[in-house]
Design a protein around this ligand. Structure first.
Ligand SMILES: *[C@@H]1O[C@H](CO)[C@@H](O)[C@H](O)[C@H]1NC(C)=O
Ligand SMILES: *[C@@H]1O[C@H](CO)[C@@H](O)[C@H](O)[C@H]1NC(C)=O
Ligand SMILES: *[C@@H]1O[C@H](CO)[C@@H](O)[C@H](O)[C@H]1NC(C)=O
Ligand SMILES: *[C@@H]1O[C@H](CO)[C@@H](O)[C@H](O)[C@H]1NC(C)=O
Ligand SMILES: *[C@@H]1O[C@H](CO)[C@@H](O)[C@H](O)[C@H]1NC(C)=O
Length: 119
């Protein structure tokens, strides 16, 4: 009985990981921040083993005081753990801009939702 319960727990934990894929967060929301940028980045190009995209957020040109980034979310929309990896190349939390690199697992597509908050 104990062994069965143990197996069940392991099974459920693995399922959660598989369902949610690789989503990451940097920083955290603070009161008074707002959505600066929202994007869905997809790469479906099939013949390429490893797909990648660079996503760059820059403040509007000529902004008097560019907002400071408080939080960055990358949510993997591909179920089953077949999505990709997200990483920060430059910029980020407490800066005015960020460059993200999205990479697929070999021979998989990716579909990321990106949300950037700042104030
Ligand atoms: C998809 O990934 C390939 C390989 O990295 C790249 O050449 C192509 O430009 C990417 N397409 C998009 C829409 O980012
Ligand atoms: C990407 O994922 C979003 C959210 O699940 C979905 O609405 C959208 O259709 C997907 N885009 C592609 C090209 O698969
Ligand atoms: C950003 O700034 C806040 C407030 O100064 C600080 O608490 C936080 O650790 C900083 N985060 C990073 C990633 O630099
Ligand atoms: C962003 O916040 C950090 C920590 O509070 C501060 O040091 C930095 O000067 C701010 N940057 C901008 C562009 O406002
Ligand atoms: C991004 O912000 C940093 C300071 O936060 C600045 O030094 C850098 O020039 C900015 N990069 C771009 C491409 O605007």
């Amino acid at each position: 009985m104990k062994a069965l319960a143990c197996c069940l727990v392991i099974f459920l934990s693995v399922s959660v990981v598989l369902i949610y894929g690789d989503s990451r967060q940097w920083g955290r929301r603070v009161s008074g921040d707002r959505l600066l940028d929202y994007a869905v980045v997809v790469n479906n190009s099939l013949p390429v083993p490893e797909k990648s995209s660079i996503y760059r957020y820059l403040p509007a040109a000529g902004a008097y005081r560019p907002p400071n980034i408080t939080a960055i979310f990358t949510r993997d929309n591909v179920p089953g753990g077949k999505g990709g990896f997200a990483g920060i190349v430059s910029g980020g939390v407490n800066q005015s801009n960020v460059t993200l690199k999205l990479t697929s697992k070999p021979y998989q597509r990716f579909n990321f939702t990106i949300e950037i908050y700042g104030k």
